[in-house]
Ligand binder design. Sequence first.
Ligand code: UD1
Ligand code: CA
Length: 456
Amino acid sequence: METNAVILAAGLGKRMRSKLPKVLHPLVGRPMVLYVLEAVSAVIDKKPVVVVGFGREKVMQAIGDRALFAYQEEPLGTGDALLKARDLVAPPNSTVLVLNGDAPLIREETIRSLLETHQREKAALTFLTFRSDDCTGFGRVVRDAHGQVMKLVEEAEASEEERQITELNAGVYCFEGSWLWEHLKLLKPHPNGEYYLTDLVNIASGEGLPIATLTADEEEALGINTRVHLAKAEAIMRRRINQRWMERGVTIINPEATYIEATVEIGRDCVIYPNTFLQGKTSLGEDCRIGPNTIVRDSVIGNGCVVIASVIEGSILEDDVEVGPFSHLRPGAHLARGVHIGNFAEVKKSYLGPGTKMGHFSYLGDATVGAGVNIGAGTITCNFDGQRKHPTVIEDGAFIGSDTMLVAPVKVGAKAKTGAGSVVTRDIPPKALAYGVPARVKKLLEGEENPSEGRG
Ligand code: UD1
Ligand code: CA
């Protein structure tokens, strides 16, 4: 039997007190609804239908073409939301899996088991339950003396006795499509004006139809209604991700204080020190040591790199690169093999060739630096004239003296040297020594003839 999935994501998320739609609040860096979407998509072949409403443009943008979208204009409850998806579910008699978009910890294995239970029990409806010490906000599962499910009752409408029930509705359901669509339109609104999807359980049991349940782990069922829940879910998801990397051969010194987004890749034998954030499309090769106190975002890091207390964004590090402590690589930094970046250095949109060193207090922007270059302490590319950015070129083996200002556009030839405190405003030929303010070529280093004063 074909299976369709519907994800409910149109609610306001009032209890989040946010301008952002609840399902877009990030969990370990990604909108929570994407976790639900991906878990579902791993199990069924067809594109899920996502019901959107509040902030729908943003939700649709975050999901893109991975789903079909139904629109619920007004938040009239989960029953009404599901009804909006009806026309996109084909064929109408297929099995329909329904999930809340605000419960991102659900695992694909659990979704698969729910579908299996549904088929095995030949149920009209199967849903996921869990037990918790903290029942606040969840629907209670009411069973009769024989343990048969009778109904689901929402906390606000539960009797004192029903409130004591610790078996709760996780918000993941599986329906026989033809029965579902026929009965969904018969739901009656509750006093708050909402139509409850959960009333279908009461209806099915009233009709004496087989209802099955599957019990999930409490962690998986956590529905996020408040920012307190969000923090709880964040900790669980973080733990899951970290555990997966440890199982694959990565050492994480303190998993509680290590923040790795689900989109990151890490090679074997890397060691991640506390308070490190690995974010976005980041990948690490093998044998790297990253952290403590480091952020790496959208960057590709090779094998054997060491990064301490630094921020790296949109950068490429080839093998055996060292960075930090206290340096900042900004988008477009590309450090070739064996580059050493020390303290208080900033590199933006620049290439540094193999083995180049930049130890202390420097800024390189829009620069192309060759191999084996020494960037002396305090070197600055003055790349911005107030209106435009200009390039700096430093060729192989050059030695830039401490506190050199390279006023771009400017080029320092191969093996040339600048004296301490130079302000370089004109190109320096290969192997020349230049110093002063503004820098003049004073002599050529051994092996060169015809000393010149440089260009212009
Ligand atoms: C719901 C269940 C409750 C269950 C809990 C599990 C109902 C009536 N109650 O309660 O039994 O224990 O989930 O987490 O279903 N949504 C819409 N349109 C709406 C209202 C909600 O699309 O008009 C979406 C929300 O975006 C959300 C999901 O449905 O993703 C659940 O809605 P929410 O209001 O959070 O339901 P709960 O009160 O948590
Ligand atoms: Ca909820």
